[in-house]
Design a binder for this molecule. Structure first.
Ligand SMILES: Cc1cc2nc3c(=O)[nH]c(=O)nc-3n(C[C@H](O)[C@H](O)[C@H](O)COP(=O)(O)OP(=O)(O)OC[C@H]3O[C@@H](n4cnc5c(N)ncnc54)[C@H](O)[C@@H]3O)c2cc1C
Length: 291
């Protein structure tokens, strides 16, 4: 007689979706760096586990002429070490490099970072700033969301329990593109962000043509700072309203007090990250190879 231990490790997405279609109570396990910590003291409550880590189709990284697709099982280390990503979207690589320590970066995945939906998730701000879409597959088919509309609260997303994140996709920035990711933690390594900020700026004729700002750890979800973007949009690069923008960003954020800092402190850190980040992008040559 076969005993169902409640652990399944399918090789394919099709099989995984079949399992979830029959029983959506399975907990999805990728790298386990969030999930196993969450259940460390409550293993008896864990229930059934669907281990997706063997699914090769979720490990794909496709870096095309115009678009980039990163499969859900791409690790932080895969992102940070990829030379094409370093050339085209260095802000994303910088965020991946800032995650945890080498063990966590080798084990933790992009899909896990998104599904866990921490306001401090380090890959969320750069991906939102790059205008990424997140792709899901479920027993009823595929869905996708703009990443800045995917998170609904701390630990909450628009993903249903029977859906698997398959990856994220975004356009390779063209023209005179500049970007950065900055993070302040309580120490240099293994630090969850006190505040983080991603800036993605496309310029034309010495002006800001398009800007996206996304911040971590300063709101219940990774924050797309649309009000602050409006202040920078269309402005001359040699005369950016830094103080006005930093002040607006501090107001646009709604950080809480916690063990890593007071809300007031986090807001001020965020304003400083914008000042520093904008000065950094102003000193960059366009980083895109596509220009
Ligand atoms: C010591 C330590 C330091 C850390 N430092 C950082 C840090 O600096 N920055 C940071 O952002 N994070 C950090 N983390 C958190 C964690 O490492 C990352 O969020 C990681 O990317 C999670 O990925 P995972 O594959 O390990 O997810 P798992 O633990 O396997 O899963 C996390 C959640 O996502 C769900 N899930 C996973 N993959 C999918 C999928 N494809 N589809 C649907 N649901 C899915 C799981 O069911 C679970 O709810 C740290 C964790 C530890 C333990």
């Amino acid at each position: 007689m076969l005993i169902d231990l409640g652990y399944r490790a399918p090789d394919s997405l099709k099989e995984a979706l079949q399992i979830l279609g029959e029983d959506s109570s399975y907990l999805i396990l990728a790298g386990g760096t969030d999930l196993l910590v969450e259940y460390f003291d409550a293993r008896e409550k864990m229930g059934k586990v669907l281990d997706i880590s063997r699914m090769e189709e979720l490990k794909k990284m496709e870096i095309g002429e115009e678009k980039i697709f990163l499969g859900a099982l791409t690790t932080h280390e895969d992102i940070y070490r990829n030379s094409d990503l370093q050339k085209t979207v260095p802000l994303l690589c910088r965020a991946a490099k800032s995650v945890g320590a080498p063990q966590i970066r080798n084990q933790g995945t992009l899909g896990g970072n998104m599904a866990n939906a921490s306001p401090a998730a380090d890959l969320a701000p750069p991906l939102i700033a790059l205008g990424a879409r997140i792709m899901l597959s479920g027993p009823d088919g595929e869905r996708s969301f703009n990443l800045d509309e995917f998170f609904t609260g701390p630990g909450k997303t628009r993903k249903n329990s029977d859906e698997i994140i398959t990856g994220v996709e975004f356009s390779i920035p063209g023209g005179d593109f500049r970007g950065t990711f900055l993070k302040v933690g309580q120490r240099r390594a293994l630090a969850i962000a006190v505040a983080s900020l991603a800036i993605a700026l496309s310029c034309r004729d010495g002006k800001v043509e398009e800007v996206r700002l996304a911040a971590g750890s300063v709101a219940p979800v990774p924050l797309r700072a649309r009000e602050t973007e409006k202040i920078l949009q269309g402005q001359k690069l040699d005369n950016l309203p830094l103080e006005n923008a930093a002040g607006r960003l501090e107001k646009e954020a709604s950080p809480i007090d916690d063990i890593r800092g007071t809300g007031d402190y986090r807001a001020r850190v965020l304003g400083n990250l914008l000042r520093k980040g904008l000065q950094e992008v102003l000193s960059q040559e366009g980083v895109s190879e596509n220009g």
